[in-house]
Design a binder for this molecule. Structure first.
Ligand SMILES: C[S@@+](CC[C@H](N)C(=O)[O-])C[C@H]1O[C@@H](n2cnc3c(N)ncnc32)[C@H](O)[C@@H]1O
Length: 394
């Protein structure tokens, strides 16, 4: 295989962040920002006391991409409101099973505070001394999560908070307080232990991980997804918003088409094999599976009642620049190499013979060469969803 490719998960998430930035479904993203800005504007209760913080929980947060994308949007919306004199604090909790992701997420604060939009925000950070314990398994990183459901109960304890930061951001004549906390562990465990506390639940490119149970083979491979979704929604208050962007829909395309060659496994076959590892029935269509579940839970009381507000596509599209021969940024090229690496390593892991293995490697080498030449175009179908939890889970 392309043994010289150095897959680095944090670098992958950085590259993915750039690709996501371009494609998020606008109406859902705008509505989330408007809803949050409006909630934050309610800075004083009738008695004059400071209102409680707005709580956002971001599960499977990676390196905090949604947080850093959201802050400038909120600042812009808040700075447009001359009529508000006191803003509610924002409490933003990041949850991830990979400690290194969380450390990266919190460490980004200082650099972010120097961005023009931050307007010289003040930042204070705390870190708990590093311990290892992350999985180094690529499939677990990108594609599967073995930890969920191992521990569905148990309170989040303070030693699992690996880092936190306090930002003070200038909004007109006031300082808006933002508390960022990074909790290391399983999202379901966190949600079960903090019921009905979050005003907003965010899960980006997260539920894709739960179409297949690593330890069991459910007859219906959305059963695990349903139970994880139900578990995570517990964290949300009635009337709170959930935002689930970038859920893959089992469709990938590459261009230009590869010429048929006896030595190379046909791309269509490889993609079918790749998708088959994401669930026998759903074949990677997690966006549709998630949307169907949420649609089923609309208007019913069990297991909880939700209402979908916005649903739309956020297809990844990474194409060479107009002149060809290169990509708009090195992040695009790195992202493509990661996607090819993931498909090739998944297909290698399920190869039935040496010849099959060589066929996968031959495909991989040709597609990598197309990235090096700046000619490979890639698209993948994703879905974003925004909704409201009308009644908390039973
Ligand atoms: C595809 S990444 C998405 C990261 C981020 N939300 C984004 O969109 O850039 C999935 C993330 O979920 C994390 N993860 C996997 N299983 C998890 C679990 N059971 N609980 C919490 N986080 C989990 C992974 O470590 C990874 O950071």
């Amino acid at each position: 295989m392309g043994d010289d490719f150095d897959f680095n998960y944090i670098k992958y998430l950085r590259a993915k962040e750039h690709v996501d930035d371009r494609v998020l479904y606008g109406p859902a993203w705008e509505r989330l920002g408007d809803w949050l800005a409006e909630s934050l504007s309610d800075g004083r209760s009738a008695g004059g006391a400071m209102s409680e913080p707005v709580r956002v929980l971001d599960i499977g947060c990676g390196i905090g991409s949604v947080f850093y994308r959201l802050l400038p949007v909120l600042l812009r919306k808040m700075r447009a409101r001359e009529d508000v004199s006191t803003w509610r604090p924002l409490e933003y909790v990041l949850v991830d099973v990979k400690r290194a992701n969380l450390e990266e997420a919190v460490n980004r604060c200082s650099a972010w505070a120097r961005a023009p939009v931050a307007d010289d925000a003040a930042v204070e950070m705390w870190r708990v001394d590093g311990r290892t314990g992350d999985s180094g398994d690529l499939r677990n990183d990108i594609h599967g999560a073995t930890c969920m459901h191992r521990a569905m109960t148990g309170a989040p304890t303070a030693d699992r908070v690996v880092a936190s930061a306090h930002l003070q951001l200038p909004v007109h004549r006031t300082l808006w307080q933002v508390h960022l906390q990074a909790w290391h562990g399983d999202a379901c465990q966190y949600c079960a232990a903090t019921p009905a506390q979050a005003h907003v639940l965010i899960a980006a490119a997260f539920f894709d991980l739960f179409l297949v149970d690593a330890t069991a083979v459910p007859a219906d491979d959305t059963a695990l997804l349903a139970s994880v979704l139900h578990c995570c929604l517990q964290a949300l208050r009635s009337g709170g918003l959930f935002y689930f962007p970038i859920h893959y829909n089992g469709i990938t395309g590459f261009e230009p088409t590869l010429p048929d060659a006896a030595t190379c496994t046909p791309e269509r076959q490889l993609l079918e094999r790749f998708h088959a590892t994401m669930g026998a029935g759903t074949r990677g269509r997690s966006g549709d599976a998630l949307r169907r579940l949420l649609a089923e839970w609309q208007g019913t009381h069990r297991p909880c009642r939700v209402r979908l507000l916005e649903t739309g596509r956020s297809d990844w599209r990474v194409v060479p620049s107009a002149e060809g021969g290169e990509y708009a940024s090195p992040a695009d090229a790195y992202f493509l190499r990661c996607i090819l690496f993931l498909i090739a390593s998944t297909c290698r892991a399920t190869a039935k013979s040496e010849a099959d293995m060589r066929g996968v490697d031959s495909w991989y080498r040709q597609r990598l060469a197309a990235v090096d030449d700046g000619v490979l175009a890639y698209t993948a179908e994703n879905v974003d969803m925004l909704g409201v939890l009308e009644r908390t889970p039973d």
